[in-house]
Write a protein that binds this ligand. Structure first.
Ligand code: 9MR
Length: 356
């Protein structure tokens, strides 16, 4: 900088200090922290939602600066993308894929085989043969449409039962019609539509983050699939946690899945302070610690490929009252944001306000 420019900058800074300030923590301006850079070689992702993209400027700015992977929050779900048989509505999902490409970001497709957000015509009045054709056509058409544009896809979403060990697969249309073939069918159709293996095929699940009966069920199912040659590349661990509820066995659990030769990813992270709890400095510091713990677990597992948060800012979360995300409702970074940055850089867990 020339002496003149330096003088000018100093005068400007002294005259308009507000114009140069951004939220800081320990003297680091949030403007200098770009999580997508700090995450490397992993990605830092978010669920992206076309209701807000380009309609909320501050949201869009965060999307465009902080993330290197995107999951359509709803736009690729069956009811949105194939509302009528073989009538595909790609517009909103295309918008997300296009924006991701502009940002050189990855796209995680979400999702094909799930019991929720199905189109009304996908119901148990279909015969097993009709449902089978519908599933194959759905998967094949979407993967053809997005050929070369997806990094990964949640082929299967939330099909492990909450009543393990008594029941392995969640009751619903897929289990009713296909029994234990439900998951292999979807994965096989996905691989057949992408024979060169350009898209990582995932099973995405909630409540399997720690080592317990449900994650054991998932582990045994997956192990069986791999032995049988069912195509599968990775397991998504959603990580929707309440405050203080990150399981202590998270890292160990991620590792046992990567030991099977699979990738793992944190796919839907948020930490719910809860509507009943005060949303004060202590709660935000505890929340930051939980974010740190999850990101740190991923960083410590070689084949944990990335961490995605489920939304961006507290105002647009699927849990709008839980203050669950790293940015607040005014799109300002919370302690969780700095904790994520620390974890990606291998820095220690942040303390609580009273720890000084
Ligand atoms: O965030 C999504 C919300 O906008 C939808 O209304 C909801 C409907 O089921 O799905 C939410 O996303 C879910 C995701 O697709 C799968 N895992 C749980 C997520 C939160 O419910």
């Amino acid at each position: 900088m020339s002496p003149n420019a330096l003088t000018f900058a100093l005068i400007a800074l002294l005259s308009f200090p507000g114009a140069f300030t951004a939220p800081t923590q320990n003297g680091t301006s949030s403007q200098n922290i770009i999580l997508r850079d700090l995450a490397r070689p992993r990605y830092f992702g978010a669920a992206m939602n076309t209701t807000f993209l380009f309609h909320d400027q501050a949201y869009t700015k965060l999307i465009q600066t902080q993330f290197s992977a995107f999951t359509p929050e709803n736009e690729m779900k069956w009811e949105e993308i194939e509302p009528e048989p073989n009538q595909f509505v790609f517009g909103p999902a295309d918008e997300i894929v296009k924006e991701a490409q502009t940002l050189y970001a990855k796209v995680r497709g979400h999702n094909f085989e799930w019991n929720n957000q199905l189109a009304p015509w996908v119901n148990t009045s279909l015969t097993a043969v009709e449902l089978d054709r519908a599933l194959q056509n759905h998967i094949t058409t979407i993967l053809n449409h997005y050929r070369g544009k997806l990094y990964a896809v949640d082929v299967v979403n939330e099909l492990i039962s909450d009543n393990t060990p008594n029941e392995t697969f969640k009751q619903g249309i897929w289990d009713t019609k296909f029994g234990e073939d439900a998951i292999p069918k979807a994965l096989t159709y996905a691989r057949a539509a992408d024979p060169h293996n350009t898209v990582k095929l995932y099973i995405n699940e909630y409540g399997t983050e720690g080592i317990d009966s449900k994650s054991d069920a998932l582990y045994n199912v997956v192990k069986g699939f791999l032995a049988d040659g069912v195509p599968l590349d990775g397991i998504g661990f959603q990580c929707h946690f309440g405050l203080g509820q990150v399981p202590p066995t998270l890292q160990q659990n991620l590792r046992r899945f990567t030991d099977l030769g699979l990738d793992v990813a944190v796919t839907e992270l948020d930490i719910n302070i809860g509507t009943g709890n005060p949303q004060n400095a202590t709660a935000f510091a505890l929340q930051a610690q939980d974010y740190w713990t999850v990101v740190n677990a991923c960083v410590n597992v070689e084949r944990c490929v990335g961490v995605s948060v489920w939304g961006v800012s507290d105002d647009h979360s699927w849990l709008p009252n839980g203050a669950v995300l790293p940015w607040d409702k005014n799109k300002q970074p919370k302690p969780a944001f700095y904790a994520i940055a620390d974890a990606f850089q291998g820095k220690p867990k942040p303390g609580l306000p009273t720890d000084n």
